[in-house]
Structure formats: C-alpha cells, structure tokens
Design a protein around this ligand. Structure first.
Ligand SMILES: Cc1ncc(COP(=O)(O)O)c(C=O)c1O
Length: 445
C-alpha cells in the first residue's frame, strides 16, 4: 500500500474528483494536509514546494493570516446577504478598491466590476455582457462569439464553446454560432523563446478570415487568454494582441481578455493588459482575486460597455444576469485583504524583479532528456517534452509523480509542464524547482 493511502480507503469513494483520473488517483492518492508560505505539507508529513500557486491562484502564498482574520470577521458580522435588488457595503467597497488597480490604469476605463463565483462564471458573464451590449447599441445581429484553438475559458457551456481544448468539448454540445481563431503555437519558428516569441503576429489576421467567412455584422466578441495557461503556456507572438485589437476595432467587435490566470501580478504587472499595453473591452478574473482563499471572480467592463446598458425605463433591470454568490460578503472580505497584501508587499509587480532570474533558471533545463522547448514570461514557465510514441501525456505525468514524491508540485497538460509559483518566491525556491525537475527529467524515461 502506498504510504499516503489513508487507512480507511473506503473514504475516498464518494468524492467524484474534478479533472482527475479518479480510479488511478484513488489507487495511489496524493493528499495535501496543510500549507504555509511557499509550501504544502502532505498527509504523511512531507514538505512539497508549490510550483503552481495551487492552481494559479495563491499569488500571495499560503496561510495569509490577514485573509483569515478578514474572513473570520466578515463571517461573524454578515455571513451572507442577497445582491439582487439589495446591497451590502463591502461589495461596493471591494469594487471601488478593484477599480483603483483596474487593468490598464485609469485611462483604460475598465473600472465597472461585475462579481461572479469563479473563472468559468466570469467568462460566461463577459460573453453575455458582450451580447447584451451589441444589442443595446442596435447591433442585435452580432450574436457570434469567437474563441481560439487551444483556448481554455472554464467549463460552462459558453466557456467550452469558445474554448479550444478538444477533450473538454468532444462529449458536450456547444453554443451555436461560435468559431475559433488558429492557435499561435509554432515550435518550428519559436522554440526556446524568452518572453514574447518573434514570429506569428500575422496569425491575428485569422480574424479577418472569420470576418470574411461570417460577416462582421454577425460577430459580437472575440475572447482570448493573453497568455494561454491550461493548454500548456502559449505566449503571444510580438505584436499579435495589438493586431487583434486593431482588427476588432475595424469591425466593431468587442475584445475580451480572459485574465483568470494572468491577473493579479502573474506577469510582473498587475494585469496582462498592463504588460502588453493592449486594452480590451472586458477582462475576466478569478483565482488571484482572493488569493484562492474564497471562490470568487470578477469581470472588469469598460465604461463604454457598461454605460450602453444603463438605459431603459425607470426601474428596469438592465442586465438579467447574476449569481446568488455575486458579491458574496466573505469573498469580498478575502479580496480586500488580498489587495492590501498585494499593495503592501508590492506583489503585483514583484514578478518583474524576479523574471530575469526565473527565465535564466528555467532555460537552464534546455538540453535535458526529452525537453523540446522552454518558454517563459513573468513568473510563468512552460517546459515541453517530446511525447512517447502512442502515449501522449504519459511522460509528463511520470515526471509529475516523481516531482511530487521528491517534494515539488508541478502541473502538466499533455506533455507540457507548467509553473506558476506564488509571487512571494525567492531565489532559493527557483533553484529548488529547477533542481528537483532536472533530476526528475533525468530519471523518467
Ligand atoms: C483562462 C481561464 N479562464 C477560466 C478558467 C476557469 O476558472 P474556474 O476554474 O475558476 O471556473 C480558468 C481556470 O484555470 C482559466 O485558466
């Protein structure tokens, strides 16, 4: 029996785990018991360095007492309050504080905030706002939503329809009237890129192809991850996002950036909007919004989009959309405490200071067995391995298990390893990540 298997193995049966090979996992479980700072502790007492900030969300590191205190206080003051035709001060307070760090700064005007419960809900909310906006400005024929191959936008029906990861789509029907841009992954031209790869800006012109195919007057919005995470870290080619913005403008199409993973300091800037200097019309967030402590998401909308919907007869609800947990008081309390930590510790820009050392360390893995690419931006890295013949994903999975046993949590998609550690990391953590992964790569066949 595996050392980590709990004695009462029957207790593993009831929990149907998400995005997990349930039977394989339950036969040899990996269970985490606690966390502090950069590290988890497994149930058998081993320290495991968190190379992934949980799931790209614990940007300020684990066990932040300030967040705990804020949550405790809020729970004992106002545990829940409805947000439909009712309000509570902390939701307004959090939205106002978010507006002070909103993507692109004050000039971008992305300071109207709609709260959700997760990244998937943020995506579906942004898509619906885009459709409502087009209709409100007399462009009701614009109902088509464009995503991108290999995109990940959560698991709602809207998100999987614009998403482009085949396993997440093949079993489920999708929204009619969606289409996809080509993805930007091009190892032949861009392998071992540091930061934005040189080649591929012209792939944005694929939107012109879709406009020619469907007619601009049918297209409401385009949604992309500025840096694609879940598919295995795809960094936009230089000039690509700028070109996408220009084409959207030319055709009256809204641009949505899905910043669920890039938001809140991941690239060394508060948002990818700030990193790339490209301003979309809507920005989806979640994860780092509350440091992962309480499930919550938020959509930043431009004033133009928001104001277009603030019309109609007195007393009319402007947007028939919202969740029971939109603006949940405990989520807001966690979020405000998180923003305070980010501000005091400079975490929304700390990644910029570390990015050089991070990049050098990750690129030192070049040349190790089976490595065919290393790509980095901010505090993100993707390490792509050659797949075993007829066994896509098996090699990276073996590396993942090996690393976990040696005390490092990594994330794998297919045969790509992704890193996105908490932004409190230090040089010694970077060195440990590279050392443990390097040894694992040498061991795994
Ligand atoms: C870009 C992006 N959008 C949306 C989501 C979905 O977020 P959630 O799992 O909170 O629904 C994710 C999750 O990883 C993501 O990376």
């Amino acid at each position: 029996m595996n050392a980590q298997t709990p004695t009462n193995s029957a207790s593993l049966e009831n929990y149907w785990m998400p995005f997990t090979a349930n039977r394989q996992f339950k036969a040899a479980p990996r269970l985490l018991a606690s966390a502090e700072g950069m590290n988890y502790t497994s149930i058998d007492g081993r320290t495991v360095l968190d190379g992934t900030a949980g799931l790209w969300c614990v940007n300020a590191g684990h066990g932040r007492k300030r967040i705990t205190a804020a949550v405790e206080k809020q729970l004992s003051t106002l545990d829940f309050a409805p947000s439909f035709q009712m309000g509570h001060p902390i939701a307004f307070d959090f939205a106002e504080k978010l507006s002070q760090v909103s993507p692109g700064g004050p000039e971008a005007g992305l300071d109207r905030v709609f709260f959700t419960g997760s990244g998937s809900e943020s995506v579906d909310t942004a898509l619906k706002i885009a459709l409502a906006y087009q209709r409100a400005i007399g462009q009701g024929t614009r109902t088509r939503l464009i995503g991108r191959e290999r995109g990940y936008h959560g698991v709602g029906f809207g998100g999987i329809s614009v998403g482009g990861i085949v396993s997440n789509r093949r079993v489920f029907p999708q929204l009619p009237g969606t289409d996809h841009l080509r993805h930007t992954h091009d190892l032949a031209r861009n392998a071992y890129a540091k930061g934005e790869p040189e080649h591929g800006a012209e792939l944005a012109d694929d939107l012109e192809r879709l406009v020619a195919l469907h007619g601009a007057e049918t297209i409401a919005a385009v949604i992309v991850e500025p840096v694609a995470g879940s598919t295995g870290v795809l960094i936009p080619p230089k000039g690509y996002l700028q070109r996408l913005r220009a084409i959207c403008d030319r055709h009256g199409i809204l641009l949505i950036f899905d910043e669920v993973i890039t938001g809140f300091g991941r690239l060394g800037t508060p948002f990818a909007v700030d990193y790339f200097g490209v301003v979309p019309d809507l920005v989806t967030t979640a994860k780092g919004l509350t440091n992962g402590a309480i499930p919550m998401g938020a959509v930043f909308a431009s004033r133009t989009v928001h104001d277009a919907l603030m019309h109609g007869p007195d007393g009319q609800i402007e947007l028939f959309h919202g969740y029971t947990y939109s603006g949940h008081p405990v989520g807001c309390a966690a979020g405000i405490a998180t923003l305070e930590i980010y501000r005091e510790e400079g975490l929304l820009t700390r990644g910029a200071e570390l990015a050089g050392a991070w990049q050098d360390a990750m690129h030192s893995l070049r040349g190790l067995p089976h490595v065919i690419d290393v790509r980095t931006i901010g505090i993100i890295a993707g390490i792509e391995l050659a797949s075993r013949p007829d066994a896509i994903g098996k090699r990276a999975y073996d590396v993942f298990v090996d690393c976990f046993e040696k005390g490092l949590l990594i994330r794998v998609t297919g045969d790509i390893i992704a890193f996105s550690p908490p932004l409190i990391l230090e040089q010694k953590d970077i060195e440990r990540i590279v050392a443990v992964l390097g040894e694992a790569l040498k061991r795994v066949a």
